[in-house]
Design a protein around this ligand. Structure first.
Ligand code: ZN
Length: 181
């Protein structure tokens, strides 16, 4: 990939910036893999992909999105591309290169898995008797709840991503221009 003044510049710059902050970056069929900066990672367990609205990041060891972003010196918001029009232009150039139905289905599966995981944590947390809890118990619980919120956030990003992919392609098929969101 060469930097040039084309329509995928915003996505390219965002992804380049993220990849530049990671070690052992390698291209994969869907994007890139790298060592997760948020845990002691010996085998690269971080997956990255160029989404339609943001850089998609997932640690298969279960690190929270917030922590991964922080370990890279970024905020979660920094993973999103800049403006609505850029998002849409990026969406087109990214989707052309891939089987978009398959990509949308993969994203929805990932979103569902994250959502179920987060809900299991919330359900468990809501049934606990916290009267005799120590500070350490609270720390562990707070961490688990924060992790679950991170998963919910990532699930939502994946869902929006899948929706955008379908919307972009299906509206093109019936001659409707995608409207702003
Ligand atoms: Zn990790």
């Amino acid at each position: 990939m060469q930097p040039s003044a084309n329509e995928s510049d915003i996505a390219f710059e965002t992804m380049e910036d993220v990849l530049g902050r990671l070690d052992r970056v390698r291209p994969t069929t869907r994007g890139w893999s790298a060592c997760c900066p948020a845990h002691a990672d010996r085998t690269p367990s971080l997956s990255l992909a160029e989404g339609e609205t943001c850089v998609l990041v997932k640690c298969w060891a279960g690190c929270k999105l917030d922590d991964i972003a922080a370990a890279m010196g970024l905020r979660v918001a920094d993973l999103f591309y800049d403006s609505a029009s850029d998002k849409r232009r990026t969406a087109r150039s990214v989707s052309k290169r891939r089987d978009w139905r398959k990509e949308a289905a993969i994203l929805e599966d990932e979103a569902m898995t994250l959502w179920l995981h987060a809900n299991a944590v919330f359900a468990f947390a809501s049934n606990l008797d916290t009267t005799a809890w120590t500070d350490e118990d609270w720390d562990i619980a707070t961490d688990a709840i924060c992790g679950a919120y991170g998963h919910m956030e990532q699930a939502e990003a994946f869902d929006i991503e899948a929706f955008n992919i379908r919307y972009t392609h299906l509206t093109k098929g019936v001659g409707i221009e995608p409207s702003g969101c």
